[in-house]
Design a protein around this ligand. Structure first.
Ligand code: C5P
Length: 233
């Protein structure tokens, strides 16, 4: 699996998203579509972006009982998406059911990765609200190991956790890492940020980059800078 930069297209409408993607005339970036855009525009926006030749990570973070997730995944498998995700907190049975649901009759399926703990949950919240008293890193690694045991392909995690995830789950288990900023850029609401070059050193397989590209004066130049720093072209 080659390293790549995924642009988080956190726009409210299809028109905004397609206008943004129109700026890329020489390359076809890998695109992440999140809940806001998908709930606003439905599967049509996924098809439009795929028809333009982009790879798509559909970031819907499924979390429900196994049967419901399996059926939802079966519907989603009809979209020609490259990566889907779910919450590892749904448990091993739910993740296993998701893999079954996502697998097409010909045996192929998109990559499926798990969210471990959201970066908005810190140790204090985990202990006081969720009553999980183990160290956060231990919880993240347990969730990653569960995802691997259930047959998933990787996790969404911090670049700072990527090396440990690879130690626990193997080098082929994907680490898809948001929280990326240029050294000279604003962190915004991300708490712990890493540069594209550092994410590469730490072993991330894919970096997910939103505002440093979507909010840049020249998004194509910002994307190319990310690719050069992370992939090394
Ligand atoms: O704009 P920015 O680069 O912060 O965007 C990061 C993207 O990655 C957003 O779409 C955000 O929802 C997503 N994400 C994240 N942290 C996680 C999981 C997903 O920032 N733990």
């Amino acid at each position: 699996m080659s390293k790549d930069v995924i642009i988080a297209c956190d726009f409210p409408t299809a028109a905004d998203t397609l206008a943004f993607l129109d700026k890329f005339t020489d390359e076809k970036p890998f695109v992440k579509i999140g809940m806001e855009l998908f709930y606003a525009e439905g599967p049509a926006i996924v098809r439009q972006i795929k028809d333009r030749g982009h790879r798509v990570f559909l970031d819907l973070k499924l979390h429900d009982i196994p049967n419901t997730v399996k059926k939802a995944m079966a519907v989603l498998s009809r979209l020609d998406v490259d990566i889907f995700n779910l919450h590892a907190a749904g448990g091993l049975d739910m993740m296993g059911a998701a893999v079954e649901g996502l697998t097409r009759p010909d045996g192929t399926r998109p990559l499926l990765i798990a969210v471990t703990q959201l970066t908005s949950i810190d140790q204090k919240r985990m202990e006081e609200e969720l009553l999980i008293s183990r160290p956060l890193e231990e919880v993240v690694m347990q969730y990653a190991a569960n995802a691997k045991a259930a047959g998933l392909d990787g996790v969404v995690c911090s670049p700072l956790e990527a090396g440990r995830v690879h130690q626990v789950c193997g080098d082929a288990f994907l680490t898809v890492t948001p929280g990326i900023r240029f050294a000279d850029g604003a962190a915004g609401d991300q708490q712990r940020v890493t540069t594209p070059a550092r994410a590469r050193e730490l072993g991330s397989d894919y970096i997910v980059v939103g505002r440093p590209i979507t909010g840049a004066e020249d998004p194509v130049a910002a994307y190319r800078r990310c690719v050069a720093d992370f992939v090394g072209q």
